[in-house]
Ligand binder design. Sequence first.
Ligand code: TNX
Length: 519
Amino acid sequence: MFNRLKIMTGRLTLTQLVAGMFAFGAQAQDASPLIPRPQLVTSMQGSFTINASTTIVHAAGQQVALATAEYLAGLLRPSTGFPLPVGTTSSAAGNQIRLELVAKDSSLGTEGYHLSVTSRGVVLKAARPAGLFYGVQTLRQLLPAAVEASTPQSSSWTIPAQQIRDRPEYGFRGAMLDVARHFFGVADVKRFIDLIAAYKMNILHLHLSDDQGWRIEIKSWPKLTEIGGSTQVGGGKGGFYTQEQYKEIVSYAASRHVTVIPEIDMPGHTNAAIVSYPELNCRDTAHALYTGTAVGFTTFCTSRPGTYTFIDDVLRELAAITPGPWLHIGGDESHVTPKADYIQFMNKVQPIVSKYGKQVIGWDEIAHADLQKNTVVQYWADAGNSKMAVKKGAKVIISPAKKAYLDMQYDSTTRLGLHWAGFVEVDNAYEWDPATLEQGIGRKDILGVEAPLWTETIITMDDIEYMVFPRLPGIAEIGWTVPALRDWKDYRDRLGKQSDRFRAMGIDYYPSPKVDWKK
Ligand code: TNX
């Protein structure tokens, strides 16, 4: 406990700390066990019940809160069947869910919120719109699970009275979807966004190109999608996003406070591009389209100027439709690129990304190159590479395959997935701390946490859900909740109580034997 207190005092005021100690006990009996666990919960007497006359309001003049108010109404109307009109008010009347942006509260940061539930109503305050959005996600979990249903339910929509003060540990909390090995359409990606945002994740990394497929329209190189997008693992028809569809994904994500990071993997993992334009390969041989699952057998020609003209065009077009600050340039498993060529290649490509106003992210192998000042390195397999990156001054995204890879099988009986990094059961995926995982990579070096889902064996949305749930809520909590408030047994109990919520959301989850699921 002493250590825990010491850690907490670094981040919380004494008052918050004392309240937090009470809350520690309070949440154990709480009927709404939240994931991710909030920083501070203070239970109170009484409750508030949403009924047919409840209104959702935002303070007059705060148009920016309107979008979140509408979003909340959209979540609550189908299952409650209530009209829940959205409007402005200047008076604090009863029976309202009130969303309010407060001028400045440095203790809330850009994503924090303060939620107050009393018998009179709900008041949600945040300094920024993202905070209101996360307060809404919390409110959602405080309601009975039936709130997630898409048709009217007969339930009492009661929320226990309480105060919650909350903000995330990391500003970067992500999931990755590999749409290259198997293609997933816009509707699936939107559902994926909704599912990660419900657990307060704010990054969607899209792995848009690989040996098996090129999934984003590049107008100056049309064969990339015409040819390179025409198949996938197993030989299915593949697919790609037009730039319009990509923009639709990006703006849907933004409406859920999720930033999209597009990845074009290079110089390896490039068979689909090379088949489309054989001159990208040194040997000018048009390889065949590839529908298997091997890795590391292709490379761009790093010595030809034309390769960089191509990359410049691709990254220019991608940067123009990507409002987020990052472009991911892959860089993993380039087994057939000589090391010196790889380094030279990465040294040339990083400035192209900068030229288009974006920041580079690369898989941990990129640490071998000269890293630009703001290049971010994603730790997935090689701790040595990642430590080298830190020594070079880079920030790191933590995605260790043995903990955070959502395509790893849960155990030897799992029908889907791979196990090259081991089996990753729900406890294994939860019981670790990014800041102590590797010596030499500390809290200050870490941008955040990301859980990738590679899709060699993943074909349908149901497959995605089965691998992502229930591990993703745990990774989301690792990104959101301070380590001092995280504990497997406590988490396991909260997770067990999410099962009816998963069902109401139509999530096809893996009922891990490590968890006592409350039916
Ligand atoms: C390694 S993770 C890869 C991917 C595979 C994945 C399967 C990474 C940067 N490279 O190409 O899909 O393993 O788990």
